[in-house]
Ligand binder design. Structure first.
Ligand code: BG6
Length: 493
């Protein structure tokens, strides 16, 4: 996992949708950071491509504002900003017509160097752009295509989209981003599992009671009603981010941390997931939708008011009891939950170990609490192993639970990079380990589609939850029925 340090040759990064929201908030700031880290070298260029008419200078001005808005002042060095902006170019292109493609070709020229095409646009024009790139001879052996979710709306549309792209790019040239895979703690999960002898022997149903994966947000719709209301939490978060996390927890050790060995193992997990259908969907899943309440100390409206549509039954929360039906995980539930407008912004993976087989302590000592490993992805990336110790001081043997804590910001004095920083440069290096392969995306839909159909078939409607809480009470019941509880953040501290 040292690709960050592999030197990068000069490259051209063409960002379609270069003046859009993703480019402004994530891509331009991430590329700036990597330029400051000396990873963007020589005559490397970043080319914004979008429909709007704009000069290079106007695009540079747009990028300057994006940096001012999204980068901490302390990281904005005027010389570095100017040097970065000098690398920026702009071409006005239209995916639906011939406009701009010759100009793009001319700008890119003939010099052999890696060319990455990042489609920061809606998926409906992914196929058109891939086709235009092909028709204009812009795709070479060293060209790469980067796309992001939503990769389809269901299995059929994902398949169609993958086919449309596959007509012009070989699978080795396609980089499907799931930005959760670029998060430091997510990669740390691999380090923790496979660089320590300690965990792997215990990483199975003999020693693990259950796993919890929570991705809780306090945000609401954030102006994305058009997209979100058609997707809901299951398509927006579960089909991609949550399933990727589950795969990394559950997969077998790959032969190497390399693209195909890792993705082969993740695919096996997806295929081993117990299918959910109309007969078990109401026992294994909960759908919720937020109503008015409070978030981060301020009053907020409910989903329907935010949307301005009193009829929508789109879920903003989902909890699922999943099972990986294989030898390692038989009988170990994986409880997943994600939602908007929840009590706290926290993403974490909790590995709950089984209790000790026999308690040797007398009742004055208190009962040993089963060990728990908590990987916090955000905020404040941390790994925390809960263990039992003897309470210090006199008074005999009393057991106490404490955390062996490793907070990244306290331990390392380096800036924690945003997920996109690593992923954008991995594309240039041709390093696909942290990207989703076509069959993985489709296997995830194969599991998610029947859940959505089962909700429709059984008319399982959303349960309301007040903004600022942990979701519908049914989600608490989902885990408590099994004699377990959700790990809440208060318990972490
Ligand atoms: C995106 C979803 O993929 O991930 C958003 O579309 C969500 O709805 C976001 O808010 C969460 O990402 P992060 O990195 O803020 O946890």
């Amino acid at each position: 996992m040292t690709s960050q340090f592999i030197p990068v040759e000069p490259f051209d990064y063409v960002v379609f949708g270069g003046t859009g929201d993703l480019a402004e908030r994530k891509l331009i700031p991430a590329l700036y950071h990597r330029a400051c880290d000396s990873q963007i070298i020589g005559g490397s260029r970043i080319v914004g491509a979008a429909r709007a008419e704009m000069s290079n200078d106007e695009f540079r001005e747009f990028a300057r504002k994006a940096l001012q808005e999204h980068i901490k002042e302390i990281d904005l060095n005027p010389d570095q900003v100017n040097a970065f902006l000098d690398r920026l170019y702009y071409v006005s292109v239209d995916a639906k017509s011939e406009k701009g493609w010759d100009a793009l070709k001319q700008l890119l020229g003939d010099e052999p160097r890696v060319r990455a095409f990042y489609l920061a646009v809606g998926p409906s024009i992914f196929g058109d752009i891939a086709a235009r790139l092909g028709e204009h001879g812009l795709i070479r052996e060293d060209s790469r295509l980067v796309i992001e979710k939503p990769i389809g709306h269901d299995l059929a549309s994902a398949h169609e989209l993958n086919m449309a792209i596959g007509r012009h790019f070989r699978e080795e040239q396609v980089f499907r981003i799931d930005h959760y895979l670029g998060k430091e703690t997510v990669q740390n999960l691999m380090a923790l599992r496979f660089a320590n002898a300690l965990y792997e022997p215990l990483w199975n149903s003999s020693h693990i009671d259950h796993v919890q994966i929570t991705v809780a947000e306090t945000l609401g719709l954030e102006g994305r009603a058009g997209y979100y209301d058609k997707s809901g939490a299951i398509r927006d978060m579960v089909q991609n981010h949550m399933m990727q996390l589950l795969c990394l927890v559950a997969m077998e050790p790959p032969a190497a941390i390399e693209a195909d060995p890792v993705r082969d193992e993740k695919l096996k997990v997806l295929r081993a997931l117990k299918r959910i259908n109309a007969s078990n969907v109401s026992d294994l899943t909960v759908r919720g939708q937020y109503s008015a309440g409070a978030s981060d100390g301020s009053a907020v409206s409910g989903y329907l008011d935010e949307l301005g549509n009193g009829n929508s039954d789109t879920e903003t929360f989902v909890a699922i009891k999943a099972e990986v039906e294989n030898w390692r995980w038989a009988g170990v539930p994986f409880y997943l939950r994600t939602g908007k407008r929840l009590a706290q912004r926290v993403s974490e993976i909790v590995i709950q170990f089984k209790p000790v087989p026999h308690n040797v302590f007398n009742s004055d000592a208190g009962r040993p609490i089963a060990n728990r490993l908590v990987l916090r992805l955000q905020p404040g990336e941390a790994v925390s192993q809960m263990i039992m110790i003897k309470d210090p001081g006199p008074g005999g043997m009393r057991l106490r639970e404490v955390a062996l804590d490793m907070s990244f910001s306290e331990h390392f004095e380096v800036r924690s990079p945003d997920a996109y920083e690593r992923l954008l440069l991995d594309v240039v290096r041709g390093y696909q380990t942290l990207f989703m392969r076509r069959d993985e995306v489709e296997a995830a839909w194969e599991w998610v589609d029947p859940i959505i159909s089962a909700w429709q078939e059984t008319e399982q409607r959303c349960k309301k939850y007040t903004s600022g809480t942990w979701g519908p009470t049914a989600a608490i019941a989902l885990i408590e029925r099994d004699g377990r509880t959700w790990h809440e953040e208060e318990q972490f501290d």
